[in-house]
Design a protein around this ligand. Structure first.
Ligand code: SF4
Ligand code: F3S
Ligand code: FES
Length: 235
């Protein structure tokens, strides 16, 4: 097993002790195939146990370890240290309150998620077996079913950085998943919500969200489809 020395610069902040954030610098020994999450574990387990980060599945499924790595949002468990040259700089997601080190307060993010009715709405009694849907109807929202609510998109959006009222791309992706589901009956209500001033019209088609999405969701396209649906309603 060949180990390589890598230098990590991690933004640290403990509100119980620090008056402002500071950079912690660590030299770790990792394998080139290790992920950034492994390098962070190396710091936490062998250099400084007080380093605080959030992670769970370690396999790109739970969405809990999104962070800013060398200036771009990513899931630490999905990127390899060998993808980065020189020092690897790691910061918490932008636009949220930092609770400690790499952990941000996700409550406002999930409040926006809940605001778009991210659940199936249909008051008709269910048929005996299932609510049928053609494959092409299912395809209509297939892309947005892949969202794991990691917030990498919303916290990479310059509009959100400057205006935290903006509902943000992640919430729109979640709304899209139901708006275009042929079995759902909550479409009009969701569109009304997204037509408000904090909704889709704040998007300036900057595409950072699409670039940041670790699930490869065409986020900007989904937002565009919701905008189009709203425009169609006007005529
Ligand atoms: Fe994360 Fe992509 Fe969902 Fe945004 S759309 S929350 S980046 S998985
Ligand atoms: Fe922001 Fe994405 Fe729109 S980066 S401006 S939500 S296309
Ligand atoms: Fe679950 Fe990275 S730890 S997505």
């Amino acid at each position: 097993m060949v180990l390589h020395a890598r230098h990590l610069k991690i933004k640290r902040f403990n509100p119980e002790k620090d008056t402002k954030p500071w950079w912690g610098e660590y030299d770790v020994e990792v394998q080139p195939t290790d992920r950034v999450l492994d390098a962070l574990h190396e710091v936490k387990w062998h250099h400084d146990g007080s380093l605080t980060l959030r992670r769970s599945c370690a396999h790109g499924i739970c969405g809990s370890d999104a962070m800013r790595i060398n200036g771009h949002n990513a899931l630490a468990c999905k990127v390899l240290v060998k993808e980065y040259k020189g020092t690897i700089t790691i910061e918490p997601l932008l636009g949220f309150k930092v609770l400690k080190d790499l952990i941000v307060d996700m409550d406002p993010f999930f409040a926006k998620y809940r605001s778009v009715m991210p659940y199936f709405v249909n008051d008709e009694a269910p048929p005996e077996r299932e609510r049928l849907q053609l494959p092409e109807q299912r395809d209509r929202f297939d892309d947005t079913t892949k969202c794991i609510l990691c917030a990498a998109c919303t916290t990479s959006c310059p509009v959100f950085w400057s205006d935290t009222e903006y509902v943000g791309p992640a919430a729109i992706v979640q709304a899209h998943r139901f708006i275009f589901d042929s079995r759902d009956q909550g479409k009009e209500q969701r569109l009304e919500i997204l037509n408000e001033k904090s909704g889709v019209w704040k998007c300036r088609t900057i595409f950072n969200c699409t670039e940041a999405c670790p699930r490869g969701i065409e986020v900007t396209r989904a937002i565009g489809e919701v905008k189009q649906e709203l425009l169609l309603r006007r005529f």
